[in-house]
Design a protein. Sequence first.
Length: 402
Amino acid sequence: MEHPVAPAKEKPNSPIIIAVVIGPSSRGAVACELAKHLELHLIDEDDIIPTLQHSLPSSSSAPAPAVADSETLIDLFCELVIKIATTQVKKLDLGLIISTILPFHSLIDKLKQLADSAAARLVIVQCIEAQDATDGYQFEGVQKYTVDPKRFVAENFAAELLDKVAERNSTHLHALSLYNIYKPFTESGKSLLCKRCQEPISGPMYQCMACNEYIFHKSCAEDPNDLEVVRQSCPKNLRASKEPTEYEIRPEKQKRCETCELNNKDFSVSCRDCIFKTNMEGKFLPLIINHGSHPHPLNLIMMPTSYDYKFRCCGCGELGKSISYRCYDCNFNLHVGCVLLEPTASSSRHRHSLTLVYDSLEDTYWDNNICGFCNNERNRDHWFYYCSTCEIVAHIGCFVVD
């Protein structure tokens, strides 16, 4: 699809991190053109790696100058990129472009974590020529574009990219942070009111990191903090969220966000803030949970299914879509269904109750790592149910399905 050439150099209204990957020569050209057009700082692997190689000590016993270990160079490059990106995005509120031959997933994960924590946008641009029939690399929860470097026009691509970024950034995720030291009054002297109960803030509070619109008493954001209550009240379509088709919200439960009200728009499941407000007032799921599997509070994320938000659940290891509980600082995500798993459960297939285990058992634990229900090996990094009497383990899915 052809796009009209932009009449002026557009700039994103929030920091944007663009990682241009694949293809040593074509990648560099695309990254340079895009950096010039958007006037963004460029970090090019082709410039950094040789400098790092020369700066590392070489072996005196080698017949020729030793080439630094590739893994060490990659680690140093990734560390340097994250430091520069953090300064650009968090301290200067500026974006940047990173040009690299291989999209190291550890680097992409850290960039995604940085973007989430700074209300920035991470975009992957893959340089693949038209004759190469491939989708390139896959990235979970990151917006990806594939361009043909021979046909790439920075002005046209930037116009399309920034339109989509602006559309996605018109609302944000309302990542809530806990504040124990706070100002209970606005600059005009008015009391801060909790968004849920409309009472003045008079204790620890949660506040959106990106706006002043959403402020809650700690107790209101975590209500109900008893997960057993949530297990009983959570709608099934929100609990079964690995492959959601659409949010099923009855008309009388639907709440329009302030933006849609001002623009006289109806409630829409394509609007993040409408979904957020509907859940907040309907109390389907708590906005914040404190879960035994993680030391930090977890934020509820409810994204429109059209946004294709994906994540890897740290509980069961499977992909999830659209809705999760997340720690932004640690890039830790859980399915709602995994959050609501019973800590102790019984089954007709076993005579004892089984306990949900988040971490590996003690080092003295016997080596048997076979699920006692399906007889297949389980991943040691994932949660499991455990019977201490019989010393058997079970996949979450094998035990819960029963």
